[in-house]
Design a protein around this ligand. Structure first.
Ligand SMILES: [Zn+2]
Length: 208
């Protein structure tokens, strides 16, 4: 019975995250097969979306189980893990409470990041309260920006080094996209939407 219960729970998570991935695809977060997603089960197992799939046709079976170094558990599986799997693993290693990691290539954060140096600053917006530990629109929130790279070890190193700056559970990769995470799907989605909204406001405001 215990096995059946866990099995049902795992599938429920895959189904919920699949629905969110498709919803995000519909509003421009994952064009051209980009982005990747993951979750951590209560027993610590990590599941990451497989590489190269059009997110409009993503299915619950498109998650691959990996270890904490981003290597797939079943070596015979024909599916390829996403190139950015090590970023997900780094976040799970750094934040024991993180259970869902989302990635977005949405256009406004990408545009806004072009002029950023090492961070993006936001203040005065009510929606800042979407981040944990922010209780007022007057708070100054700084989201770290990392340079883009194809070297995943670079990201692992940067995330370790800049852990203190990751308090809002979001970071940006310049002209690439952003990662948002949380201790459940609800929280990760809220962080993603908060950052997306802030970037859209700032970009449109500056272009007036
Ligand atoms: Zn990406």
């Amino acid at each position: 019975m215990r096995f059946l219960f866990n099995f049902d729970k795992i599938n429920a998570m895959k189904i919920k995250l699949t629905a969110l991935i498709k919803e995000m695809n519909n509003i421009g977060h994952s064009p051209a097969t980009s982005t990747n997603y993951s979750y951590r089960e209560e027993n610590g197992d990590l599941w990451v979306s497989r590489s190269g799939i059009d997110k409009s046709s993503f299915a619950p079976d498109d998650f691959i189980r990996v270890d904490y170094n981003g290597v797939k558990i079943d070596p015979l599986s024909p599916s390829k893990v996403s190139a950015e799997t090590l970023i997900h693993c780094s976040l799970y290693n750094l934040f024991p409470d993180a259970n869902v990691v989302l990635h977005s290539h949405s256009i406004y954060p990408v545009l806004l990041s072009d002029a950023a140096l090492t961070s993006m600053k936001f203040q005065g917006y009510e929606i800042l309260k979407g981040f944990n530990a922010v209780s007022s629109h007057e708070s100054l929130v700084e989201i770290p920006v990392l340079d883009n790279s194809q070297d995943m070890e670079y990201f692992k190193h940067e995330l370790d080094y800049r852990k203190e700056e990751l308090q809002y559970s979001v970071f940006m990769i310049k002209k690439h996209g952003f990662y948002a995470w949380g201790n459940n799907l609800f929280e990760a989605k809220r962080h993603l939407e908060t950052f997306q909204y802030l970037c859209e406001c700032e970009w449109l405001k500056n272009k007036k």
